[in-house]
Design a protein around this ligand. Structure first.
Ligand SMILES: [Zn+2]
Length: 684
């Protein structure tokens, strides 16, 4: 590992900071914090922290000693000076006289000593940084270091690899007791570069930002070199067998790792998936599986993202998907049972008072295929998968140089259920469609785009399907960072299959489909060319059937219900003159929706339709509105609001109707009219 310190970059940041009144030391603290945070071999997703001791004015202008430390859960890679809240140092140091401080009291003391009362909470390691005397302190969970210290003989390995440069602090969970222990070890052993926190990570210190940072790089490199020189070769015993593809495996995994909501009938707790494959993961799953399945986390704060153990599945042999599905469900059930037992036992040990978290796996290992990270959002799933990848590498290296050993189950529980650890995940607003995946066809059009926005705002992950790939990409960017653009021509069976494979491999499955793609053809029915009629049926009927069929296959594999939503049209029940080529397939589509509701109700899959009319969209352009209004002798406004309520209906109104149908768990075979009122088109 090489130092990424570039003098010119550092000075540039200092110069830019100076213009905003940011002191040199703080600018350099930000610089090396970003260097550390930008390397996944050192720090992942909110892990690690850095600090700086300085003199500064408090709110009343008095010059005092302060400690600046990374805010809890903040990402080091993108940190700004505000991400390092400042605290009065002296009162924190005085805490050393105490034997113990309760968590709530400690947080209160920390908050009471923030210079800016509105600043975010400081890192959970703030007291450790306060007790150590050094000006700059860096703390990471460097992978190579973890491989060396997550060992049965971690202390001996630490001495062998780092010599007297790093003191060895035995494992204690993060917080006040660890801080006391760390300063005690530091004062007793006087290490030159920093400390090892057993089964947790490494601390380096220095009088300058560069010194502390480069000591971190130097120590991580010593660990890397030790691993390179002392690794036993990996033994891979099993033969390669053809696995089922990710798109076939993912919905089975996702369904098995979801659970019925016990309060609301028909509701499920679902998670989103993120898949990782590649040769490093596959060979680790062959050689280290026993250790990975039981070994535990490589550093304590991973537990809130990955839980303590993964769910381990069998190899998904090609052509034997049913067997795999059966074994997966069994394994997932056993995982839940084990998690509940673990919670009950540990909860009893600590004397109660904790709320059990959901018992679903966050990392799933599939030998022969790869691994899945799971989370309530795609972002959470990606974080779980990132951590799992690093975890596999750390455990593998640890096994090559000795015997991997994690913290005890009791220690893992204490971290997993530590309120300060859970607080890192941030206060979450429980959105109604959290954990659900929606696929929307024709999503670059007016109604499709409005639906994508509405479903994303309700917490769903959105796949933006459109026949125009550039338009799909453009639209996905507008929806959210995690929206997935997918090219899909619903008139082409192969394109529909490929689109659903793609979104399933990406998100893990699908729960809701808004089958929206359509286009209008006209012609007097007795004279219209049959080719026109067939073309319209191809898009306005078969297009929906193909999409629904592809979705049903995935929903059945998941086994957690689902919802099909069809954009029909008032034409289905109230035909317009010369509009047969459009209205007739739409009437068939209405029947199709009812057939799905009938055939799949027992599987918990609902089917509903929206009949909308007169929406500004690709089917009713501004030019068409102008000419039709003129033909009827109406103003455009009067033409657009020519309904019982006298109100123009928008794409957003249609999107809200779809959203309502998705949320109405007891409603299927429903047609909701969104047309401002039209008695001739009324359903009943
Ligand atoms: Zn840590």
């Amino acid at each position: 590992m090489k130092s990424k310190w570039v003098e010119a970059e550092a000075e540039d940041l200092v110069a830019r900071g100076a213009k905003k009144g940011i002191a040199r030391d703080l600018a350099l603290r930000v610089y090396t914090t970003r260097l550390l945070g930008g390397d996944p071999r050192l720090v992942l997703h909110g892990g690690g922290n850095t600090s700086l001791k300085a003199r500064a004015g408090d709110l009343l202008g008095e010059d005092i000693d302060i400690l600046r430390i990374k805010a809890s859960g903040a990402d080091m890679a993108t940190i700004e000076p505000e991400g390092l809240p400042a605290l009065r140092l002296a009162p924190l140091r005085n805490l050393r006289a105490l034997e113990a401080v309760a968590d709530e009291k400690l947080v209160a003391i920390e908050r009471a000593n923030l210079i800016d009362p509105a600043a975010p909470n400081p890192s959970v390691e703030v007291i450790l940084h306060a007790f150590l005397p050094h000006k700059f302190i860096d703390h990471t969970h460097a992978s190579a270091v973890l491989s060396v210290i997550d060992q049965r003989d971690g202390e001996e390995k630490c001495a062998e690899v780092f010599g007297g440069r790093l003191g060895f602090v035995p494992y204690l969970m993060p917080g006040f007791r660890l801080a006391k222990k760390a300063i005690e070890v530091f004062e007793r052993t006087k290490p030159s570069h920093g400390l090892i926190l057993s089964k947790h990570g490494i601390v380096t210190f220095g009088e300058s930002a560069r010194e502390a940072y480069e000591r971190m790089i130097e120590m991580a490199t010593l660990a890397e070199d030790f691993i390179a020189c002392n690794s036993k070769p990996r033994i891979i015993a099993t033969l390669w067998r053809e696995p089922e593809p990710v798109a076939a495996v993912a919905p089975i995994v996702r369904g098995a790792c979801s659970q019925k909501d016990d309060k609301i009938e028909g509701a499920w707790q679902r998670l989103v998936l993120d898949f990782r494959g590649g040769s490093a993961i596959l060979s680790a799953l062959q050689s280290d599986l026993p250790c990975l399945s039981e070994g535990g986390v490589v550093t304590p704060d991973h537990t809130i993202r990955t839980k303590n153990w993964p769910l381990v599945l069998p190899h998904p042999d090609a052509g034997k998907l049913d067997e795999f599905a059966h074994a997966t469900r069994e394994a997932a059930r056993a995982f839940v049972t084990r998690y509940r037992k673990y919670f009950a036992q540990q909860h009893k040990r600590v004397g109660g008072g904790k709320q059990e978290l959901d018992p679903l796996a966050r990392v799933v290992l599939v030998p022969g295929l790869g691994l899945f990270g799971l989370g309530q959002t795609k972002r959470d799933a990606v974080i779980a998968a990132d951590i799992a990848e690093e975890w596999i590498a750390v455990v593998g290296d640890a096994e090559r140089i000795g015997r991997f050993e994690s913290i005890s189950e009791a220690d893992m529980f204490d971290c997993e259920y530590w309120p300060l650890e859970q607080a890192k995940l941030g206060a979450r607003k429980e959105l109604p469609l959290a954990g659900q995946i929606v696929a929307i066809t024709g999503a670059a059009g007016a109604i499709g785009a409005a639906a994508a926005r509405a479903f994303a705002a309700a917490g769903a992950e959105v796949a933006v399907l459109d026949v125009n790939p550039a338009a799909a990409r453009e639209q996905a960017k507008k929806i959210s960072a995690s929206a997935l653009p997918v090219e899909c021509d619903v008139t082409d069976p192969a394109s529909v299959r490929a689109a659903f494979d793609q979104l399933t491999a990406h998100f893990g499955g699908v729960d809701i489909v808004v089958s929206n793609a359509g286009a209008a053809w006209q012609g007097r029915i007795g004279e219209v060319d049959e080719g026109i009629l067939r073309q319209s049926f191809e898009l306005n009927f078969y297009g929906h059937q193909r999409v629904a069929q592809a979705a049903i296959k995935i929903m059945l594999a998941q086994g957690s219900g689902g919802c099909l939503l069809f954009n029909v049209s008032k034409q289905a029940v109230n035909p317009g003159p010369n509009f047969g080529p459009y209205g007739i397939p739409k009437a068939a589509l209405l029947a199709l929706m009812r057939q799905y509701a009938l055939d799949y109700g027992a599987d918990g899959i609902r089917a509903n339709a929206v009949n909308a009319d007169r929406i500004r969209s690709g089917l009713l352009t501004e030019a068409m509105i102008a000419s039709r209004a003129k033909a009827r002798g109406l103003s455009e406004k009067d033409y657009m609001s020519g309904n019982l309520l006298g109100r123009e209906v928008t794409a957003e109104d249609v999107a809200q109707a779809f959203l309502h149908q998705a949320l109405a768990l007891k409603t299927t075979a429903d047609v909701t009219t969104v047309d401002g009122g039209n008695i001739a088109a009324a359903m009943r």
